[in-house]
Ligand binder design. Sequence first.
Ligand SMILES: [Zn+2]
Ligand SMILES: [Zn+2]
Length: 358
Amino acid sequence: MTSQITSQTDIQHSTVPAYAAPSAKAPLERTAIPRRPVGEHDVLIEIKYSGICHSDIHQARDGWTEGIFPMVPGHEIAGVVTEVGPGVTRFAVGDRVGVGCMVDSCRECDNCRAGLHQYCTGGNVATYNGLDKNGDPTYGGYSTHIVVDEQYTLRIPDQLPLDVAAPLLCAGITLYSPLAHWKAGPGKRVAIVGLGGLGHMGVKIAHAMGAEVSVLSQSLRKKGDGLRLGADHYYATSDETTFQKLAGHFDLIVSTVSAPLPFDAYLCLLKTGGALVNVGAPEEPVSLNVFSLMLGRKTLAGSAIGGIPETQEMLDFCAEHGLGAEIELIRADQINEAYERVLASDVRYRFVIDAATI
Ligand SMILES: [Zn+2]
Ligand SMILES: [Zn+2]
């Protein structure tokens, strides 16, 4: 192993190269950040690849809440274990591993005990732009190394190449969790709204689960891609007849778009008892006519990533079915350009940073 960690005068921490936004809206630049020493239950991961999620851009540009700067985004991390703490039992040096959107949680609330760490009521620790239990800011995957508790580290099966596995840690689990929860499978008609970084994983996973999959997209521009990725049908929502044609058609609709949806129109597309689940969130509150839910006992729901056990289940499922993300591999010095392209929807379908270039 060649470690790029260089010791500094502070023997408690190591510093590692990273790309960070020094302040809100500032371009990301190469810098060095501290990583905590490898503790009793920690693993040191040499990061190989890190995906660029739309939420990285939101947070680096301070669109949601006040961020912690400098900020090293990245919560789609794939790499290899290079050191383990003395109490680590689940991983060994050389293991292929991943880290998603959280690196710790309270571990005691009902949700944590149920494996639903993403809904931890004690407050989970975000992989970046969060505060560790000791009060230090967390830094994400746009970096060469990260230290993570083994309980929040995922195993990436050998069949999955690390570059296409990285985006599964956020985009993959974000779609897998609602598809599994609402039982996408044989005999079920599932629609994925939007064919972007999230949506393309939704198509692949729902297809692998055995559902009949439709894409609902603004235009037919990406129809060829959608069908190639596993969709059975592809509809343009700009075409009014789509909504007439598909009334009462779907068991489950998963919306990945952050633009506000006309909910009443989409709820009409559900069968009785169907569910419309949001994994993309508009920034402004939305409205709907409650009759759209009552007439047909329909559900309007939301879902956020997944817990640690379900994330592992998703990785194993993707390995079994040969599913990875469609990626465009970039150098670290292309991150700012990649951000602009994500904002312009000019990516098919996920940018992944080659950490060797950081
Ligand atoms: Zn994400
Ligand atoms: Zn908890």
